[in-house]
Design a protein. Structure first.
Length: 231
C-alpha cells in the first residue's frame, strides 16, 4: 500500500513545473505496449492496460489532484474504452498465437484494410467525433473538439491494431499531431513529449508493418472462439 500511496502523490519538479510520477510511469507502459505491438507480441495488450489505468488518474486532474487540476474527459475516457478494445485485441491475438495461424509465428498478420472496412472507419470516425464532442462539451472538458478526435481516433487505431490493419499506424500519427499541442497547452508535458515521440515511432511502425504485410500470411480467416482462447 505504501508503494501505491507513493505513486499517487509522488511528483518531480522539471523547470519549475511539477510532474506526476504516475504520468511518467503510465507513458512508459504505453511505450512498452507500442514496442510490443510493433513486434506483434500478445503482451502488448495487458502492458498497455496498466498504463491506461495510471493515465486515467492523471487526466482527471480535478478529481485526483494533479498539478494541472484540469479535467480532460476525452483523454480520461479513452483509457476506460481502451480496456474494452484491448480485451478484444488480447483475445484475438492470443487465439491467433495459440492456433499458430500466422506464418512467421506473430500474433497477427498485418494487412491493408478492405475498402468496406475503410468506409466503416470513416463513418464510425465521423459519428464518433460528433457524439464525443457533444458529450465532452457538455461535461466541460478542456478543449472538447481536439479531445474528441483524440478519443475516437485512439479507439479506431486500437481496434485497427487488433484486426491487423496497417492503416492503424496512420490513424495514430493523426492522433499524435493533434495531441501534442493540446497537451502542451494543458501543461501535461511528459504526455506531450510521449505523443511527439509516438508520432515518429508510428511512422517507423507503419513502414515495418507494411513490409511484413508483403511476406506474412494467415491460414485462418475466421474469428477465434472463446473455447480456443481458453484452451
Amino acid at each position: 500500500m505504501d508503494v501505491l500511496y507513493w505513486l499517487i502523490d509522488a511528483r518531480l519538479e522539471i523547470a519549475g513545473s511539477h510532474v506526476l510520477w504516475r504520468e511518467i510511469v503510465g507513458n512508459v507502459f504505453g511505450l512498452a505496449s507500442a514496442l510490443l505491438g510493433l513486434r506483434r507480441v500478445v503482451w502488448a495488450w495487458p502492458v498497455g492496460m496498466v498504463g491506461n489505468a495510471l493515465l486515467f488518474t492523471v487526466f482527471l486532474g480535478g478529481a485526483f489532484a494533479t498539478p494541472q487540476a484540469l479535467d480532460l474527459y476525452g483523454q480520461a475516457g479513452r483509457q476506460v474504452f481502451f480496456f474494452a478494445v484491448s480485451t478484444y485485441g488480447w483475445w484475438r491475438w492470443s487465439a491467433n498465437r495459440r492456433r499458430g495461424e500466422v506464418s512467421d509465428g506473430g500474433a497477427v498478420a498485418p494487412r491493408w484494410a478492405t475498402w468496406p472496412e475503410r468506409l466503416w472507419l470513416l463513418v464510425a470516425g465521423a459519428l464518433g467525433i460528433y457524439l464525443a464532442y457533444k458529450a465532452l462539451a457538455a461535461l466541460g472538458s478542456w478543449g472538447p473538439l481536439p479531445d474528441a478526435w483524440i478519443l475516437v481516433g485512439s479507439l479506431l487505431a486500437t481496434y485497427g491494431m487488433a484486426r491487423g490493419w496497417v492503416e492503424f499506424w496512420l490513424i495514430w500519427i493523426a492522433v499524435d499531431a493533434v495531441g501534442v499541442p493540446l497537451l502542451l497547452l494543458g501543461g501535461f508535458y511528459p504526455s506531450a513529449a510521449m505523443y511527439a515521440f509516438y508520432g515518429v515511432f508510428c511512422a517507423w511502425g507503419f513502414v515495418a508493418w507494411l513490409r511484413t504485410s508483403r511476406t506474412v500470411t494467415t491460414a485462418a480467416p475466421r474469428e477465434p472462439t472463446v473455447a480456443e482462447v481458453a484452451a
